[in-house]
Design a protein around this ligand. Structure first.
Ligand code: SF4
Ligand code: SF4
Length: 460
């Protein structure tokens, strides 16, 4: 679905009569959302729904889309979930920029804090599992809540998610619901057997952390020989046909390694390279944070590399959208969507641009605590307090902090920046530096000098 089609749907759903009818289609019947079933029938030439068929046909005519292509896509349950989520967002939040889906597109779920490594910069300060991590039964209830609420994808993270004993049971349950499943791992457990197990359970996307070339990576991880183990894991995953992403958290320690790491990503045949936006939380030291001009240079390098190769060189730094636009590209990389799913939805453009915390995605901790983002340790709720998906959806729509985070116009400094809808600054960084998630983002080259002025005035 393109951004233009969303605008069309938005305009149609803006009509109170159509809105009422579409709202009715978002109700659940016999365990599933009516609209999801209708879309499946449409994709399989099995009827559909007169109003919806008309909207789709109009959209295809106006924007020159092809019905067969759309039907092919809608045969994929993840696509249908995504579609329903977009429509539900239009019904509940209206046509706003940036777009807010009816339910998070992505939940990053730290399923355990058990980890076989102890990295210097780990945001989750992982190592040993927490005493209050969700049991299997509780985790399965969480999946039911998320799936029924219409969540499109879940990325398991940690700690090391593959250490969780019931990991594959949780994956299977999500797949039964048609939810897209991704895994973020340190790569050391990705044996040939493990990657084939992941594949057979329907995991398509694996993100593997590599935080530098050999010397730097081993210094970060504190274990000699670990670099080769990670590279073996990457090769195993690529050979198994998984979509592989190398993720690197850019800090002062590995800044110099990044250009060569990009070449390495190409050589290894991965599809994605994700440059993470370092935020000093958890075990992360503030002195490791990049200077804004170094970050800017790195993002420009990344963008130029992206243009010359088949690897998707992306960044979770929200300013990457500005860098891309300034480089006159039509592609707007966005933050924290699952890249494979994001590839399918990339043309949503500015509707999904910028910092996705509390707007496009949420972070779930191993004990059920909900944060706006994995780098943003602000407690919002605990999912165990919800008895069903309706409770979760009420929280998603009404929580005060989530509402604040969606309001890009009210941000300090970013609020009057023309990139606010495609960037909006990193709210976790503002929170980490100033304990105020609505303040200016000191990581941005455009905002930094203004922040310094404000702080100096405050001190005077
Ligand atoms: S001022 Fe804010 S919205 Fe503008 S580019 Fe910088 S971080 Fe992004
Ligand atoms: S707060 Fe936003 S930009 Fe910052 S790390 Fe989280 S999702 Fe990314």
């Amino acid at each position: 679905m393109t951004g233009k089609m969303i605008e069309l749907f938005g305009a149609m759903v803006g009509n109170p009569i159509v809105r009422k009818r579409v709202k009715g289609l978002l109700e659940r019947e016999n365990g599933s959302v009516k609209l999801e079933r209708i879309l499946r029938d449409y994709a399989e030439d099995n009827g559909g729904h007169p109003v919806l068929n008309k909207i789709i046909d109009t959209g295809l005519k106006v924007f020159g889309g092809n019905a067969d292509d759309l039907k092919n896509r809608l045969r994929d349950p993840v696509w249908r979930r995504g579609f329903v989520n977009v429509i539900s967002g239009l019904v509940h939040f209206g046509l706003r920029k940036p777009f807010v889906p009816g339910s998070p597109f992505l939940i990053v779920w730290d399923v355990t804090y058990a980890c076989n490594l102890k990295c210097r910069h780990c945001y989750s300060t992982a190592g040993r599992p927490w005493d209050d991590e969700l049991s299997t039964e509780e985790a399965l209830s969480v999946i039911e809540i998320l799936a029924d609420a219409g969540v499109t994808s879940v990325a398991f993270s940690g700690g090391e998610p593959l250490l969780r004993k019931d990991f594959f049971e949780l994956v299977s349950r999500l797949k039964e619901y048609g939810v897209y499943v991704a895994v973020a791992t340190n790569g050391t457990l990705l044996t040939e057997e493990m990657v084939s197990r992941l594949k057979s359970h329907g995991v398509e996307y694996v993100q593997i952390s590599l935080d530098g070339l050999r010397e730097t990576h081993e210094k970060f991880r504190g274990i000699a020989g670990i670099y080769d183990r990670v590279l073996d894991g990457i090769k195993n995953a690529v050979n198994a046909g998984l979509t592989v992403c190398i993720s690197t958290t850019a800090t002062k320690m590995n800044l110099r390694d990044v250009p060569e790491m990009m070449n390495l990503a190409e050589k290894l045949g991965v599809k994605w390279f994700m440059l993470y936006n370092y935020i000093p939380t958890g075990r992360g030291d503030i002195d490791l944070d990049l200077e804004p001009h170094d970050r800017e240079r790195l993002l420009r390098l990344l963008w130029n590399k992206m243009k010359e190769t088949d690897v998707n060189f992306m960044s979770t730094a929200p300013y990457y959208a500005r860098v891309a636009i300034e480089s006159e590209s039509s592609v707007i990389p966005t933050h924290f969507y699952n890249p494979e799913l994001g590839g399918r939805l990339r043309s949503l453009g500015e509707f999904i641009g910028g910092c996705g915390c509390g707007r496009f995605y949420l972070a779930l901790r191993a004990n059920g605590d909900i944060n706006p983002c994995v780098f943003f340790p602000l407690w919002l709720e605990n999912i165990k307090n919800f008895s069903d998906s309706e409770d979760f959806l009420h929280f998603w729509r009404e929580n005060r902090i989530l509402r604040d985070l969606r309001d890009k116009d009210s941000l300090e400094i970013c609020g009057d920046c023309r990139y606010r809808y495609v960037c909006g600054g990193c709210r976790a960084r503002s929170y980490a530096y100033f304990n105020d998630y609505m303040s200016g983002d000191p990581g941005c080259i455009m905002a930094n000098h203004r922040i310094k002025k404000i702080k100096l005035t405050e001190r005077a």
